[in-house]
Structure formats: structure tokens, C-alpha cells
Design a protein around this ligand. Structure first.
Ligand SMILES: Cc1ncc(COP(=O)(O)O)c(C=O)c1O
Length: 368
């Protein structure tokens, strides 16, 4: 039986740097703009009246409103305590047989392989093609009989996104092989509707699952709400496992999302603000000759400059991230922990935050 694998060392060690004005959190792809107006008041009111009451275990009102928002029926939605929980619950639902396996890409969100190991399944990780999702490799691995596949689209940590042809090829292959294919679309709200091919296919009745989260563009990471959308029977199997956690989405969290959903224009604004700040980040990196990947998300993958005279090899991302934290109190994700030594993933932040980062990078490179 595979050993239960913990997230890479240090991965979540720095989540608790909060409420300190002088620290800049660019390591968790959070939303610096916060949730839609009124959401905090909704949480406060719910907590003030009902902290002693269990939440609705069916999340009936919430699923109804989510169904309206995503253009599906309520029985096509399961909600959970963040996408994190849904990745584990989905793994428990579909990796039941001894020797079951999951396919995913290498160097991505660690939850997929950690969950596979937790349920005793094998994980097959397909190397990226340049910085993009290796469609051929994932298709081949599904054809070899994987029961479950997780494709992070847009891809954390590179920011690449699949085109319609790539999404369709993966879905066709999954339907042929009988693999339950999950698109983790945690960052799709930043990319926009033009890239939402998988959800379109779910609406047409294709047999895939799509996850979404309220932690990113909606600015609600703290309350922990994620959802998975798909055909009724697959959602039924997920809900059967989730039945062991009947109150996993708490009352203030349900209320927060209900209030947030009244203002869908909020994520349009966040998308526009993020795109503007991302352009500024690209320009700042270009001015410093720092190579970066194109991104449709709220993070950018950056190659740490090597020491002068050492060719094109990247520099030391561990040391670079440590200096940004120690000397400038700016936290970024060192991708060494995901198997990409020499690279960083930097959340976009606001325009002001990009300017602060650019000043820090300039100072660091002067003494590089
Ligand atoms: C690709 C991806 N999936 C899922 C998650 C977890 O999201 P949630 O906060 O909904 O658990 C993250 C969080 O960073 C992520 O990057």
C-alpha cells in the first residue's frame, strides 16, 4: 500500500502570516480585493443569531442558488469545505478498488496525490509539456486504465489554460476509457467565460466533473466553500461519501456564499483589476529581465535569474524566496517544493502590491 504522503515540507507553514500590514502575502493566490460588499455583514449576522445551531446538512438553498449561477440543476452539485475536501472525498468515492490509480500532472497542486495516497491508491504523474498541460500524456495514462484523473485548468503553478480542442480530447478519452475526469477550475474565474469549455460540456450531459471554489476570485478563502459540478450519478457517489461529513459547510459559510452570489459583477471587477495588475507585473519583470510564463490567472510563474556569467540556468529559488521574505517581508511560493527548482510562483496582488514587489526585486537583483 502506498505510504500516506504529506504535502511538501513547508508548503503550508506560512499561511498564518495575516493581519500584519508590513507582510505581503503573494504565496497563496488569495484575492487582495476581498469578497463582495455585504458578505462580511452576512457572516456576522448569521454568527450572531445561529452559532449554536447546526447548518443545513443538504445545503439546499445554497445548491439551488449555485445551480442557477452555473446553469445546471441542484442535483448536479456537491458542496464541500473547500475544494481541498472535495478532492479527498472524490478520491474516496472513485478509488475504491485495490490497485486503483489516479492520473494527474507533475508539479501541480499537491492535493491530488496526497489524497490518492490517503486512500491507498497509486498516483501516475505526467510531466508538463513546457509549461502547459500534457494532454497526450494524460490521455495515454487514462487509456492505461486510471479510474480517476485530475486536470488543474488553468494550471497551478504555470498559469496556462487548455483550449477547446484540448478539453474535448481529454473528455473523449475519459468517456472511452471510463475514467472519471475532474477539471479543477479553481482559477477559471480569472480566465473568464471564453475558457469555460468543460462546464459547457457538463451542461450538454458529458460525463466529467468540474470543481470551482469561492476561495479565489470570490475572496472567501477563510470560510472554505468549494463545489463540484457533474452528472447526477457521479455527484450522487460523491455525496454518498460526503454523507459521513453532514455538516461540512458551516452556517456563516453558506450565508456568505449566498450573499456573494447576489453580486456576480464582483468577480468581473476582480478579473479586470487582476488583469491590469498582472500587466504591470509583466512589465516590471520585463524591465528587470526576469523571465516569466504567460498566465490567465492571479499568479505568474517566474524564473529566478541565475548568477551573472552562469548561462541560462535558473538561480536558487530557495535562497531568493527566503531573501524576499527576510529582507522585504514579501512571501512568494518557491516551486522547489513542487519539483520546479529555480522557479517561483508569485500571486499578482493589487497594483500597489506589484509596485512594492518590483521595488523589492530591483533591490534584490542589485545585490544578486
Ligand atoms: C488548483 C487548486 N485547487 C484547489 C485549491 C484549494 O482550494 P480551496 O480553498 O477551495 O480548498 C487550490 C488552492 O490554492 C488550488 O490552487
Amino acid at each position: 500500500m502506498p505510504q500516506v504522503q504529506a504535502p511538501p515540507p513547508g508548503f503550508f507553514a506560512d499561511t498564518e502570516i495575516v493581519g500584519r500590514e508590513d507582510h505581503l502575502r503573494l504565496h497563496l493566490n488569495e484575492n487582495p480585493y476581498g469578497p463582495p460588499p455585504g458578505t462580511v455583514d452576512a457572516v456576522r449576522a448569521e454568527a450572531a443569531s445561529y452559532l449554536n445551531r447546526y447548518p443545513d446538512s443538504e445545503c439546499a438553498e445554497l445548491r439551488g442558488r449555485l445551480a442557477g449561477h452555473f446553469g445546471v440543476t441542484p442535483d448536479m452539485i456537491a458542496v464541500g469545505n473547500g475544494t481541498d475536501e472535495l478532492v479527498l472525498v472524490t478520491s474516496m468515492a472513485f478509488l475504491r478498488e485495490p490497485g486503483a490509480s489516479v492520473v494527474t500532472t507533475a508539479t501541480t497542486f499537491p492535493g491530488y496525490v496526497v489524497s490518492a495516497a490517503a486512500v491507498g491508491a497509486r498516483a501516475h504523474t505526467v510531466p508538463l509539456r513546457d509549461a502547459s498541460i500534457p494532454v497526450d500524456g494524460v490521455v495515454a495514462a487514462m487509456e492505461q486504465g486510471a479510474e480517476l484523473a485530475f486536470v488543474c485548468n488553468p494550471l497551478n503553478p504555470t498559469g496556462a489554460v487548455l483550449d477547446r480542442a484540448g478539453v474535448t480530447r481529454l473528455i473523449d478519452a475519459a468517456e472511452r476509457s471510463g475514467t472519471v475526469l475532474v477539471f479543477d477550475e479553481a482559477y477559471m474565474d480569472f480566465a473568464g467565460q471564453a475558457h469555460e469549455f468543460a462546464l459547457d460540456e457538463v451542461r450538454k450531459g458529458r460525463r466529467i466533473l468540474v470543481t470551482r471554489t469561492f476561495s479565489k476570485a470570490w475572496g472567501l478563502a477563510s470560510v472554505r466553500v468549494g463545489l463540484v459540478i457533474g452528472p447526477q450519478d457521479l455527484i450522487g457517489r460523491i455525496n454518498a461519501v460526503a454523507g459521513a461529513l453532514p455538516f461540512n459547510v458551516n452556517r456563516p459559510a453558506q450565508r456568505a456564499v449566498l450573499r456573494a452570489l447576489e453580486q456576480p459583477e464582483h468577480i468581473e471587477q476582480v478579473r479586470a483589476d487582476n488583469a491590469q495588475a498582472r500587466e504591470l507585473l509583466y512589465k516590471s519583470l520585463d524591465n528587470l529581465n526576469i523571465e516569466h510564463a504567460p498566465s490567465v490567472t492571479n499568479f505568474v510563474m517566474v524564473k529566478v535569474p541565475g548568477a551573472p556569467g552562469e548561462g541560462t540556468a535558473p538561480g536558487d529559488s530557495v535562497a531568493f524566496a527566503a531573501r524576499l521574505a527576510a529582507e522585504h517581508r514579501i512571501f512568494v511560493r518557491n516551486l522547489d517544493v513542487l519539483g520546479l527548482p529555480g522557479y517561483l510562483r508569485i500571486s499578482v496582488g493589487t497594483v500597489d502590491e506589484v509596485e512594492r514587489l518590483a521595488t523589492a526585486l530591483t533591490a534584490l537583483l542589485e545585490h544578486h
